[in-house]
Design a protein around this ligand. Structure first.
Ligand SMILES: C[S@@+](CC[C@H](N)C(=O)[O-])C[C@H]1O[C@@H](n2cnc3c(N)ncnc32)[C@H](O)[C@@H]1O
Length: 426
């Protein structure tokens, strides 16, 4: 203890009695400090102005450096820092989120709380999926949406059109373990089993391979009878077959079905088939309708966003000949982009009026989480409703188990939509 005090004193002594150099430095500092104090007292009344000037100078330097920074395309962290500090500033829906009006303005029964609760339940189920990398098929967001809606509605029969390797059949089966499925798909999922993972369901009637029949040509009365279905309200239809959704809606109406899910509800100017979202993108809808004026705010914003999101479209891509923006450049696309038809705006407008006249509910599944959490790089949040787990809520994202999933599973979001058709005559 004594020794410590001694050495401390020695240290202090050394400082006080140190080298000439040190002493002179101290002396210089003292005189500088005195001079600064005198100056400050002389210009004391100018201090608020000087402070304001320094703040403004610092602010402009920061802003300039943000603009000059080199932001690489599709690189999540740079994109986040460009659009909002660390991605916390949400720009979901900033370019408008068109939707279809329903006849009586009704919406779904479930709330965001229900979605959150179910997400936690679904993650461990999704981890057991047989097809781990379902390229060209559904990713996590839509798998969750399909599972959630199916489990909520509890149908007695599920019908899917477009099965590919069978991932969506597997999702339907997780939602309703004991109910029958009817699957229409040109190539039987068992064919894929030879090359890798696929799913074939034991309680599913396949119209596939040589037995394939298109949804529009099936004798649904016979199928219902075979499955003992007397109430078509108890049937859920899932379309993932890349066909014109107006055509599918009319076919479903004809058969009397009332609960439909469309997987790829493409945004205007994108995709390989005419979608509900495209049909309802109209000037009278908030966030709907477009201007092809190349010097507009929309054109400028779109051009910027295209640098960061793979699926974003700029005004040149959005607008076809004669400034046709509706559908995809004024076309009604069908059958994987193999059968397209030009349509006038009047025809497009009539299509939306027709859809609205038969709808009770139009509900777009929100993406599961913001891109600062999922690191997805494809869909542009500016055309999408706010996510279930918002950017910045990493704790929640982690608690739900979503950090355990690979990034690529979040890349397939295309505004999956649930439609409830109104009862005839209502
Ligand atoms: C995107 S994939 C479906 C993905 C699948 N639902 C999944 O979750 O993995 C589209 C499927 O539609 C099938 N298809 C093509 N034309 C069809 C038609 N007219 N009716 C039903 N399915 C069709 C394709 O063969 C393909 O398997």
């Amino acid at each position: 203890m004594l020794e410590r005090i001694h050495s401390m004193r020695r240290g202090a002594q050394f400082n006080e009695e140190g080298e000439d150099d040190d002493e002179s430095k101290t002396r210089k500092n003292v005189s500088l400090a005195v001079r600064v104090t005198i100056l400050m007292s002389k210009i004391g009344f100018l201090w608020p102005l000087i402070l304001l000037f320094v703040t403004l100078l610092l602010f402009s330097i920061v802003m300039l450096s943000r603009r000059l920074v080199c932001v690489s395309s599709y690189e999540p962290s740079s994109r986040m820092n460009f659009f909002g500090i660390d991605g916390l500033e949400s720009d979901f829906g900033s370019l408008g989120v068109p939707w279809c009006r329903s006849k009586h303005g009704r919406t779904v029964e479930w709330t965001s709380k229900d979605l959150l609760k179910s997400l936690e339940e679904f993650v461990p189920i999704y981890e057991t999926r047989p097809i781990k990398n379902n390229m060209y098929g559904m990713g996590f967001d839509h798998s969750f949406g399909l599972w959630f809606i199916t489990r909520w509605l509890k149908p007695d029969l599920m019908i899917e059109s477009g099965a590919f390797k069978g991932h969506s059949t597997w999702v339907l089966r997780q939602a309703m373990p004991d109910k029958p499925i009817v699957s229409l798909t040109p190539r039987h999922p068992e064919k894929y089993l030879k090359k890798g993972p696929a799913y074939v369901d034991r309680n599913c009637t396949y119209f596939a391979g040589k037995d394939f029949v298109d949804f529009g040509s099936v004798d649904w009365g016979r199928v219902m009878k075979k499955h003992g279905i007397t109430d078509v309200n108890r049937v859920l239809i899932f379309f993932d077959d890349h066909q014109n959704e107006l055509k599918r809606l009319k076919q479903a109406l004809k058969a009397g079905f009332r609960h439909l899910i469309f997987e790829d509800n493409y945004d205007t100017g994108t995709g390989d088939h005419y979608s509900l979202r495209q049909i309802c993108d109209q000037f009278y809808i908030r966030g709907g309708g477009h201007s092809c004026f190349r010097d507009s705010d929309e054109a400028r914003i779109r051009m910027k966003r295209k640098l960061f999101w793979e699926k974003a479209v700029d005004i040149q891509e959005l607008c076809g000949r004669g400034e046709a923006w509706w559908g995809v450049r004024g076309e009604m696309r069908d059958n994987f982009n193999h059968s397209n038809k030009a349509m006038s705006y009047a025809e497009h407008f009539q299509n939306s009026r027709f859809v609205e006249s038969v709808l009770d509910v139009y509900w777009e599944l929100p993406p599961v989480a913001g891109p600062s959490l999922t690191h997805q790089t494809r869909y542009d949040p500016a055309r999408v409703p706010s996510p279930i787990v918002e950017d910045g809520r990493f704790g929640l994202f982690q608690r739900l188990g979503l950090t355990r999933l690979e990034t690529f599973v979040f890349n397939g979001y295309t505004q999956m939509v649930y439609l409830q058709i109104s009862e005839p005559g209502s």
